[in-house]
Design a protein around this ligand. Structure first.
Ligand code: NI
Length: 557
């Protein structure tokens, strides 16, 4: 760090699943010159999994995270099925997809409104809004804005005033109100605050959709190695109707609130988007998945290097490696935790210092961005029939280009586009299920005799989950878990540097941004939140022996 540079530490970064710390070095003009992003919580679920029965692994792995519960549950069950070469019935796959899709919708909406919107929305300014003008403003972004009456907006203002009067700001406390970076008018602020409050109810409803086929949420219970157990729910038309009713309501919220709010923000922050604020290095990874018709998938797989959208490479799992040079693990995989210098500062001054519990996954030796933006870009360029109309419409209405999506706000735009697209897909998926049942295909489980399965085997699973690419790897010996490894979406995006010195997506996106007031680094929060960090998910121990897991070399040197 040069003498003029100033160090700013922000910890924690997120409102839930926290434990993320960012340290940035800014020059005298407030421009970020270097960034170190650190996972601050040690996990170790893989250690707990050792010597367990492979059929139980899903229930344990689901506990990796309190938010992404179903994603890990499914990842674990799927990688055990891969190890035993078990192909599950189509109906079981559809039920698993229906649980997963409801979770995508829940995660994305909660992420924007409750974890990220206050980086754009100034609540104190919303108090000064004119209810009539607000109603008019909302019509600019939607032909049928959600709950757009003057009376409703007046009620929202009254509610906010009560919060302020009582001095109980609750979720609206501890923000940088009045910061220069807030650009919305009072009326625009009020529109999104109104949706923020409605999204609280939305969250409850969409959780019910997860629970219809998952038995409960968080931590659904109905996936088993070989299939699913919610057979009675699948065969009950009433349950299917309940599920579809919730999705229809969700779609209404997405089309009349979520997508219009993205368009509003994209318009208000246009110059910021055009300047590429929050752009990472342009390497994107998607493993694709969720088949809805033969050969047609919800998401395409592929790899983009350096924003070269016209040359999408195929995804090749053998190109994944993991390093730990700058993570708190020794070369032989033992925990090696020393994060403070003698003066109490975080040990991040040099690239070869260790500064995170997060491992450093690389694809083809490069850091990658994964998540909705990667999926949208890769699927769009592969001309997936469904998604293209959603992307084209969003770009047309906001007068943006595809490249503009590679930014803080574009990342959010991609997430909203994806949410809307997923709703359409769900309807197709449900009709497929109904067709199957109608023609007496009610299979939900692939029968196997555990004792006859191979004693020693390996498996892996690659899934797209709300925050990006999730992979689980298992080694089985004597029909017990011998080794387990996870690379979660946030592991990719929040990776520390390695001896290669390469910044991960979070760090790259931070470098170059300008912080107006270093005591209120709203700009840093905004960039990092746009990735939807999930730190509980991100931290995983490495394989202690550096041995080959499945077909991957988990390198610890
Ligand atoms: Ni998570």
């Amino acid at each position: 760090m040069s003498n003029q540079n100033k160090k700013i530490v922000i910890d924690p970064i997120t409102r839930i699943e926290g434990h993320l710390r960012a340290e940035v070095e800014v020059d005298e003009t407030g421009v970020v010159k270097e960034a170190y992003v650190s996972g601050q919580l040690f996990r170790g679920i893989e250690t707990i999994l050792k010597n367990r029965d492979p059929r139980d692994v899903g229930l344990f792995a689901g506990r990796i995270c309190g938010v992404c519960t179903n994603s890990h549950f499914r990842g674990a069950v799927t990688c055990v099925e891969d190890a035993y070469s078990l192909v599950i019935p189509k109906n079981a796959e559809i039920i698993r997809d229906l649980i997963a899709m409801a979770l995508f919708i829940q995660d994305h909406v909660v992420h924007f409104y409750h974890l990220h919107s206050l980086d754009f929305v100034d609540i104190t300014s919303a108090l000064n809004a004119d209810a009539k003008l607000t109603s008019k403003e909302a019509h600019k972004y939607s032909t049928q804005p959600l709950r757009n009456s003057h009376t409703h907006y007046e009620e929202v203002i009254a509610k906010l005033k009560n919060f302020v009067k009582a001095g109980k700001l609750g979720p609206f406390g501890n923000c940088y109100w009045g910061h220069k970076d807030y650009r919305l008018t009072s009326e625009q602020n009020l529109i999104i605050v109104s949706h923020y409050l409605q999204a609280l109810k939305f969250q409850t409803n969409i959780s019910k959709a997860v629970a219809i086929f998952g038995a409960k949420t968080p931590h659904p219970q109905t996936l088993v190695v070989g299939g699913i157990t919610s057979v009675a729910d699948m065969l009950n038309p009433g349950r299917l109707n309940d599920y579809l009713f919730i999705i229809k309501e969700a779609k209404d919220f997405i089309d009349r609130a979520y997508l219009p709010d993205m368009k509003l923000i994209a318009t208000a922050y246009r110059d910021e988007i055009k300047s590429g604020l929050g752009r990472a290095n342009g390497n994107f990874l998607s493993v694709g998945g969720y088949e809805f018709e033969d050969e047609q998938k919800l998401f395409c797989s592929g790899v983009i290097y350096n924003h070269d959208f016209d040359n999408i490479a195929g995804f090749d799992e053998s190109k994944i490696t993991e390093e730990v040079d700058c993570a708190w693990y020794s070369k032989d995989g033992e925990v090696d935790y020393t994060d403070l210098n003698e003066d109490g500062s975080l040990k991040t001054a040099k690239n070869d210092d260790k500064y995170s519990w997060i491992k450093a996954p690389r694809y083809d030796g490069k850091t990658m961005e994964t998540g909705p933006l990667a999926r949208v870009l890769i699927s769009y360029k592969n001309k997936t029939p469904l998604i293209n109309s959603f992307v084209d419409e969003f770009l047309k209405e906001t007068d943006l280009e595809l490249m503009d999506l590679s930014s803080t706000i574009g990342r959010n735009g991609a997430r909203a586009i994806e949410t809307s697209y997923i709703c359409e897909y769900i309807f197709k998926l449900v009709s497929r299920l109904i067709q199957n049942i109608k023609y007496y295909d009610t299979d939900t489980w692939t029968k196997y005799e555990f004792g006859e399965l191979p004693k020693e085997t390996k498996g892996r699973a690659f899934l797209e989950v709300p925050r990006g690419v999730l992979s689980h790897f298992v080694n089985i010996k004597n029909q017990k878990i011998d080794n387990y490894s996870v690379i979660a979406p946030t592991t990719w995006n929040a990776t520390p540097k390695n001896l290669d010195g390469m910044r991960g997506a979070y760090e790259e996106a931070l470098v170059g941004i300008k912080i107006d007031d270093t005591s209120k680094p709203l700009e840093v929060l905004k960039v990092l939140h746009s990735f939807d960090p999930c730190l509980a998910c991100a931290v995983h121990v490495i394989d202690a022996n550096g041995i080959e897991l499945s077909r991957y070399k988990i390198k610890t040197l």
